[in-house]
Design a protein around this ligand. Structure first.
Ligand SMILES: N[C@@H](CCC(=O)N[C@@H](CS)C(=O)NCC(=O)O)C(=O)O
Length: 199
């Protein structure tokens, strides 16, 4: 039996990042869906796993890791066989730059715009859309010259950025003006092991 357990939620783009990398690494794991609407993420039991009360959480034997980016780094180092997270200074630094974009423009922009439309979350839609579009513009310019976000190959940077870019239209942000970004989405979807978000 696999020692890996993933606490996830079907609508969570952050949890989808982890499902993607686990699938691409060919790792078996137990999927535990946490009902966020029912507050299962706020029980004492769950808060012992993640004091922030959020999915995703990965359990690997005795090791518990919360936050999607930390989990991506853990999986890449522990199971990635030198792939997915470069160890050379330029490669690792480039990955960190794009992880920062994923946690800023993409999360506070694209993901929150989707949360307003889908879940009626109380953020300012126009402000989220503007921030998301700023992130997309930076990516569009990058992909004019590069096939991947960092190190000239697929890395955890691509996995971290992919879900909320792919889901941007759900936040009423069209991807039409970003052809290079759309081509990159297609490249990610062609990677061996890619899975859809639906569970
Ligand atoms: N920075 C965190 C964000 C995690 C996060 O926001 N998770 C959401 C689901 S996408 C969550 O569990 N929210 C709890 C709630 O909605 O009450 C990460 O990357 O893991």
């Amino acid at each position: 039996m696999s020692p890996l357990k993933l606490y996830s939620a079907p609508l969570s783009g952050n949890a989808y990042k982890i499902r993607l990398l686990l699938a691409m690494l060919g790792l078996d794991y137990e999927l535990i869906n946490v009902d966020l609407r029912a507050g299962e993420n706020l029980t004492a039991e769950f808060l012992r796993l993640n004091p922030r009360g959020q999915v995703p959480v990965l359990v690997d034997g005795d090791t518990v890791i919360w936050d999607s980016l930390a989990i991506l780094v853990y999986l890449a180092r522990r199971y990635g066989d030198g792939e997915w997270l470069p160890t050379d200074i330029p490669g690792e630094t480039q990955v960190m730059q794009w992880l920062a974009v994923s946690e800023n423009e993409l999360l506070y922009g694209l993901a929150r715009a989707r949360a307003v439309v889908l879940l009626k979350r109380p953020f300012n839609l126009e402000q989220c859309q503007a921030e998301g579009k700023a992130g997309l513009a930076v990516m569009e310019a990058h992909f004019a010259e590069n096939a991947w976000l960092a190190a000239g190959k697929p890395t955890v940077a691509d996995i971290a950025c992919y879900p909320y870019v792919m889901l941007a239209p759900m936040g009423e942000i069209s991807l039409e003006p970003y052809p290079n970004v759309r081509q990159w989405l297609t490249r990610v979807e062609a990677l061996p092991g890619w899975v859809t978000m639906e569970v």
